[in-house]
Design a protein around this ligand. Sequence first.
Ligand code: PMP
Length: 432
Amino acid sequence: MSDHARSRELYRRACEVMPAGVNSPVRAFRSVGGDPIFYERGSGCHVVDADGNRFVDYVCSWGPLILGHAHPEVVEAVRTTAADGLSFGAPCRQEVELAELVTSAVPHLEMIRCVSSGTEAVMSAIRLARGATGRDVVLKFDGCYHGHADHLLVSAGSGLATFGTPSSAGVPESFAGHTAVLPLDDDDAFRELMTARGHEIAAVIIEGVPANAGLLVQRPEFMRTIRDQCTRHGALLILDEVITGFRLGTNGAAGFYDVTPDLATYGKVIGGGMPVGAYGGSREVMEQLAPLGPVYQAGTLSGNPVAMAAGTAALRALFADGGAAYTELERLGARLETGLSGVMRRAGVPWSVVRVGSILWLVLQDGEPPRRFDKIQPQTADIYARLHGALLDRGISLAPSAYEVVFVSLAHDDAVIDETVAAFEDVVREIA
Ligand code: PMP
């Protein structure tokens, strides 16, 4: 058992001055128990906490660190750019370079606009879709997370095809009334709602591969139904690629499903670990933005040179050698999946692993892996909490919530993955 005295002391101080001691709720370890760990530094696939304990990190800052911690090329880009000034609030070369790189890699992006988080990217894309269509309603899917903008903190009401109810205090009912919520994986419900109300819908938004409530991999036919119905009813399809963008390949989930969205949103990987989000689409739609068009959106730190340089360095490393990085991520992800599945089989537990590329999810229930949120059994959270704590004691850090996924980076080599599988074997034998 590691010593966590310094983390505990930092947490005590943090709780005095920050709600639950954190700047983002899931970090507080509420759903797995115990106190959060405070990190000092990271290198490759490892992080070291305030007490000097070292962990293999499968959180990777919730996805951005696809190259691992403190990747030398990203750090160098940050260092040299920062030395020439942290922010101008005026156009700079670095934002043109990132935009050129992104638009040349993703076929459906003619133009992008950069912001500072995934939430901001989605919130702005929704406003743009509303402005471009002259419609108010947004359709989202139960179990998809798109950041904390008011109109998207909405849960499914009772029954199918209902308008949503706020899922957070502080979100007016009247805002939630502009958001329709449907279950994933239900083509009929989707067609029915579009037939009835498609003419009111500005945008349908879906996560590239829903990865915020487990990993709910959708059937390609469902994605095609969404695309076809959006086109038929004049609604814009927004693919939220904040997690999947530049992680599943240069064309993210759009490439994975072979679906072309009207707008796509980015965060995480596109910033190489710095606060960057972006949204983009066709020239025609993007030119609706101010100052060319009537849709207003702005940002003091948008296109910040240091953040742009970090993102550009990360994407260049990923795109080098014809995208060899993605072949390697696939191989590493498969190795971890095979290892963890083998442990489950040998232990005789009725669990499974779902994976797309370098994103994995432990399905701690029996039967087919779920494709929609209401098929996740809530009691799996208890098993996950025990796994999480026991793995942490063995130096393996998973996200502190059963609904979160495992992120593999290019810095996770075979030895580290095998070490993880061995630790998992011990832990499963102990708790199963
Ligand atoms: N969309 C998706 C799919 C996300 O996973 C997230 C964050 N996990 C967001 C949007 C919001 O991004 P941010 O936390 O950077 O605001």
